[in-house]
Design a protein around this ligand. Structure first.
Ligand code: ADP
Ligand code: MG
Length: 679
């Protein structure tokens, strides 16, 4: 058996045909290595052999019985039944849809056999329906033991999967460990082969702090960080430095109706320094909602344009792109530059014009959606790509984008989702980070209140006053993760209720609407044609609704802290005081009270994200879920924080070429090789 065995398709295994492959694929088990990484989540104890007077209904038990009678009714839908006994009682073994010949072999009359399965009671008799194991006495040991329990789907039973996984784990080729012995020892890890054996044959898979589990976590993290580090190496190459003075940006800054915060100034310095340098910029600005990232990006843009290059600014939605377009026209009105706007909806003739103007260099700044980076679009001299609210991008997309920009193009990304450090390192470890951690001083802190849903009636007069003052309101409806339909119906009910109270002033947005319909309603809200917006989904990140001052969030329990913080960031963006009311279903749990307390006391997105991580764990964090980037399978930033740091340090010190065999093994193991196009 060679090492390559691990990366072969599962149908190379004995007993895995097309049908089974199909079922396994549903579980994302396609290659043999996927079986290796599919860890048991528990064990089933079949070790003890019970007498028939020791049976417990509902429990999985093993028994040793004598086969007495086989019964194959010729009537459809009646099950086949085998009656067995021991010195203490009787039991029926029942099969639906099993062939007679097969069962006669399995249950030889007057012989003792071992049966293991879940004990039922039917018609005053014990029975086991479709037992997991039936075997001879000689073969008893194979069944009567602790058997690892795997997550299985329909079409694969325990016995079948066990035979496959044993085939793999028992035959596992000795892999020369990609980590050296000294490192393993020093860091209290364990050899790879040993770890895999332990994980499948002991309780270590269940203990996320066991040596074996930690070993696999470390591997997973290194695979992840190696990809990021390779991506960085490829992007951060030499480029022609941009050439500009600060006179153009100064002019704009002087005309702003506000003063830049120190944080904004610092980040701008960092960016300019890099634009002027001879290394490509590959940077992310992290700043809470409303921290003023847009103006920073526009100031970078003017520098690059005045340096003789074109810029592209991309947003995830049309409405957000439009806002940026309008803002740019205003900000750059005296700068003498040509700005244009392109989305998927731009009509043919206009689009054709834009395309040719990009190519001949007469457009300086192009603002739009994903449409900016379609194949046919070619810039004459693209010098800077900016992506706003980019958390929907993975490493691969980032790297494609940088490629598209060419060797002299800097890349700047803006994210409004503050995330904990461990997550930052795993998502954006290939980029340099600038943080805006200060909010414009004028802005008032949003008032956060909580209320039981039962008392919702107390709110109506307050809401009425808001409406009369022409303030706008977001109303976020219960998020019921299990069902889009339920989300929809509950939002609709709420919409009808509110619409009755405030006719013609309410709009609704829900998951069943397509992007265009959603944008239409958002425009209506923006233009104040409606004053209350009921929604199920998270309201589009980044759009400025300066007139929205109140957000009501129902069933606030269902949201993570970071998510609630994001949501309340939708209001209070203008001059007026913003208010966020959290509605809770029943009495507040201790945890809920703690969560509200954190929200009330802090408006620092980074702090809240860290707290959220502690309270809810990795998987639930907003931005991460939305990113579409696969979650870690094994690593957990709360419980394995030390390994995150260790892996980061390890990868930093890797000087070898990533194409080396040992890294390839690791990258392929965690499906990372394709991301950076290596085989
Ligand atoms: P975000 O970081 O969420 O993208 P924006 O760039 O949209 O935030 O800025 C939010 C609002 O704050 C905008 O209306 C913007 O004009 C305003 N703003 C930006 N910087 C400042 C500042 N230094 N002082 C006051 N208001 C500012
Ligand atoms: Mg923004």
């Amino acid at each position: 058996m060679t090492k390559d065995f691990i990366f072969k398709e599962i149908n190379n295994l004995k007993g895995v045909g097309t049908q089974l492959s199909k079922y396994l694929k549903k579980k994302k088990i396609e290659k043999i290595k996927d079986i290796i990484l599919n860890l048991p989540y528990s064990e089933i104890d079949r070790s003890k052999v019970y007498k028939l007077n020791e049976l417990e209904i509902g429990k999985i038990q093993s028994i040793k019985v004598l086969v007495k009678k086989l019964n194959f009714p010729r009537i459809r839908n009646l099950p086949n039944k085998i009656t067995c006994e021991d010195e203490h009682g009787k039991i029926d073994i029942v099969y639906f849809n099993s062939r007679e010949g097969y069962l006669r072999k399995l249950f030889p009359i007057n012989e003792w056999i071992i049966v293991s399965g879940k004990i039922n009671f039917f018609n005053k008799k014990y029975q086991i329906t479709n037992p997991d194991y039936v075997t001879t006495i000689e073969n008893q040991d194979y069944v009567t033991q602790n058997i690892p329990k795997y997550n299985l789907t329909k079409g694969i039973n325990e016995k079948k999967y066990r035979s496959i996984s044993e085939q793999v784990i028992k035959q596992l080729p000795a892999v020369d460990d990609w980590l050296d012995k000294v490192f393993i020892k020093e860091n209290n890890l364990i050899n790879w082969n040993e770890a895999i054996h332990n994980l499948h044959n002991s309780k270590e898979a269940k203990d996320i702090q066991s040596k074996s589990y930690r070993r696999i976590v470390f591997d997973e993290l290194c695979a992840n960080f190696l990809v990021l580090s390779e991506n960085r190496k490829r992007i951060k190459k030499e480029k022609l430095p941009k050439q500009f003075s600060d006179k153009h940006s100064k002019l704009i800054i002087d005309n702003l109706p506000f003063k830049l915060t120190n944080s904004q100034k610092d980040v701008l310095l960092e960016i300019n320094f890099e634009l002027l340098s001879n290394k490509r910029m590959f940077r992310i600005i992290q700043g809470d909602v409303g921290s003023g990232k847009t103006i920073v990006s526009l100031l970078a843009i003017i520098n690059v344009i005045k340096s003789g290059y074109q810029c592209a600014l991309m947003s995830p939605t049309e409405i957000l792109a439009k806002q940026h377009f309008e803002l740019s026209k205003k900000i750059f009105k005296d700068s003498n530059i040509k700005i244009d706007f392109l989305t998927g909806k731009t009509e043919y003739k206009n689009r054709k014009n834009i395309l040719s103007n990009l190519k001949n260099g007469s457009i300086d700044l192009l603002i739009g959606t994903h449409a900016l980076f379609q194949k046919k679009i070619n810039f004459k001299r693209l010098g800077l790509i900016i992506i706003d609210e980019q958390h929907k991008f993975g490493v691969k997309q980032r790297s494609d984008l940088a490629l598209k920009g060419g060797n002299n193009c800097d890349v700047l990304v803006m994210s409004a989702t503050p995330i904990p450090r461990t997550m930052m390192m795993s998502l954006y470890g290939d980029m340099d980070i600038s943080k805006i951690n200060e909010k414009p001083s004028k802005r008032k802190k949003i008032i956060t209140l909580s209320k039981p849903e039962k008392k919702i009636n107390e709110l109506w007069p307050y809401i009425k006053r808001q409406i009369n003052n022409k303030n706008q309101i977001f109303w976020v409806c219960p998020l019921i993760e299990e069902s889009k339909f339920m989300d929809y119906s509950s939002a609709k009910k709420k919409y009808e209720l509110i619409n009755k109270k405030f006719p013609n002033k309410v709009g609704i947005i829900h998951g069943a609407l397509d992007k265009e319909e959603k944008e239409k309603i958002l425009y209506k809200f923006l233009n104040k044609e409606i004053l209350i917006l009921v929604s199920t989904t998270v309201i589009e990140v980044g759009i400025d609704f300066p007139n929205a001052n109140l957000i009501i969030i129902e069933n606030a329990n269902k949201f993570g802290l970071a998510q609630l913080h994001q949501l309340r960031g939708r209001v209070g963006r203008g001059e007026n005081q913003g208010t966020c009311i959290l509605l809770f279903k029943d009495g507040l749990s201790k945890k809920a009270i703690k969560r509200i307390k954190i929200l009330k006391e802090s408006d620092d997105g980074f702090f809240i994200a860290e707290e959220d991580l502690k309270l809810r764990g990795f998987g639930d964090l907003i931005g991460y879920q939305q990113s579409g980037i696969k979650n870690f399978r094994f690593a957990d930033p709360v419980n394995h924080e030390d390994l995150f740091k260790l892996a980061e340090k390890y990868v930093k010190n890797v000087q070898d070429n990533i194409n080396q065999k040992k890294y390839l093994f690791l990258l392929k193991l965690f499906d990372k090789a394709e991301i950076i196009n290596i085989k």
